[in-house]
Design a binder for this molecule. Sequence first.
Ligand code: ATP
Length: 442
Amino acid sequence: MHDGSGRIVVQGLSKQFGPIIAVNNLSFTVEPGSVTGFLGPNGAGKTTTLRMLLGLVRPTAGTSTINGLPFDQLGNPGRVVGAVLEAQGFHPTRSARNHLRVYAAAMGVPDQRADQVLELVGLSEAGRRAAGGFSLGMKQRLALATALLGDPQVLVLDEPANGLDPEGIAWLRAFLQSFARTGRTVLISSHLLAEVEQTVDQVVIISRGQTVYYGSLDYLRQSQQSRVLVQAADPQALVVKLQEAGVNAIEQTQDGRLAITGVDRKTVADLAMAAGIALYDIQQETVDLEQLFFRLTQGQYTGQQPGYGAPPGWGPPPGGGYGPPSQGFAAPPQGTPPQGYAPPVDPQQYQQPQGYPPQGTPPQGYAPPQGYAPPQGTPPQGYAPPVDPQQYQQQTGQQYASYAPPPGQQQYGGQPYAPPQDQQQAAPPPEQPPGGGWGGNA
Ligand SMILES: Nc1ncnc2c1ncn2[C@@H]1O[C@H](COP(=O)(O)OP(=O)(O)OP(=O)(O)O)[C@@H](O)[C@H]1O
C-alpha cells in the first residue's frame, strides 16, 4: 500500500552462513524518488542482503525495513514491494499471461492487470506463448511484469539487466528512472558498474559483505584526478624541478615512472625540456569508473585489502562541491522491436492505475527528492574517502564507521485500470510471496 515513505533502511545488517560471513554490518538508506545501484563482485553479499530485506533470510544481526517496517510486517507486501531475485520459476508450459493471472489472483488485483503489465514490459505479443520458451531477456521482462502487478511503491531487482540486449538495457533504464520519478523507490543490484552507471542516482558498493563506497557516482568520479605518468632519464632531477615549480604531488610507480597529479602533460614536458631532462615517455592517465570500481572491490578473492581511498598524492574532489547527476534520461531506442516483443509502452511517464494517488503525488509522509539531492558541504580534505561520509551520515544518522578501512579486511505509460467494485474489497494475498515470482528463489 502507498501508505508510507517507501524508504528502505538497512542498519547494521549481518549474515553468517557457518564460517562464511556473507554480509558484515551493512548500513545504507534508499530514498524514494531515486534509483540506487547495489554493486559488488560475485559473492560480495548482494543477493543475501536483498533476501534479508525481503524476509527470505533471517539476519544474524541488524535490521532492514521498508516504510519503517520489516518485510514480514508489511501486511500486503505485493502491493508495497515488487521484487525479482531470479527470473526463474515460471511454469514452462503456462503462458506468460496465465502466469501473471495466477499471481494477480493471489495478490487480489484484477485479471486485466496481467495484460497491462505485459504491455508495460513489451511482452503483449508474446503473452500467449509458454514462458518455458522465453529467452533470458524475455524472462527478465516477465519477472518484472510479475513484480509490477501490485503497482508497488518499491522495486527491488537483483541483476535486472542480466540477459537483456542493449535495447533492453536502454528500455529498462528509462523505465526505472521514470518509475522513480513518480516518487517511488528503486533498488537494483549488479556486479557491473557500467551496466547501471547511467541508471542510478547513487550507489552502494560492497565487497566481502562490507560497504566500500556509498554515495553518488558524481562524487566518486570527481574524487579522482588524472595523473601524468612520465619516464625521465633523470627522475630525481625532474622531481626537484617539479617541486621548484610548486608541483608536489609526485610519486614513483613500481615500474620506475613518476606519477604527477595536478598538472597537465604540457607543463611537465616544458619543465623537463627547460631543465634539459630527456623524457622517454609521457602519458595522461585518466581513471574511469570501472577501474575505480575494480580498485574498490579488489581483494574479494585475493584476500587483499580493498582499495580504500585514492592513492597518495591524489587530490581532493574539485572545489565547489559536486553537482547533481544529469537530469532526464535517455528515451527508449527507436526501431524495430526484437522478435517476440510487442513494442514496450513508452516509459517516458509512469502512470498509475486508478485508485492510487495521482501521478507525481508523493506517498504520504515524505517529500520526494527532486531528482537526486547531492550531499551538501565541503568534501573531505586531502583525499576522497571511499564512502561519502556526509551522505552516509545524512541518510543514516550515523557516523560512517568504515571511513578508515578495518584492519585486515579488506514507464512506463500504462493503461489505467479501474478495479471492479468487488475486486476493490478483495481478500488480502498470502503473507509470503508466492514461490517463483517476486522473491522467486525463496
Ligand atoms: N545459503 C547459503 N549457504 C551458505 N553460503 C551462502 C548461502 N548463500 C550465500 N552464501 C555465501 O555468501 C556469500 C555471498 O553470496 P551472495 O549470493 O549474497 O553474493 P552476491 O553478491 O549476490 O553474488 P553474485 O553476484 O554471484 O550473485 C558467498 O560466499 C556465498 O557463497
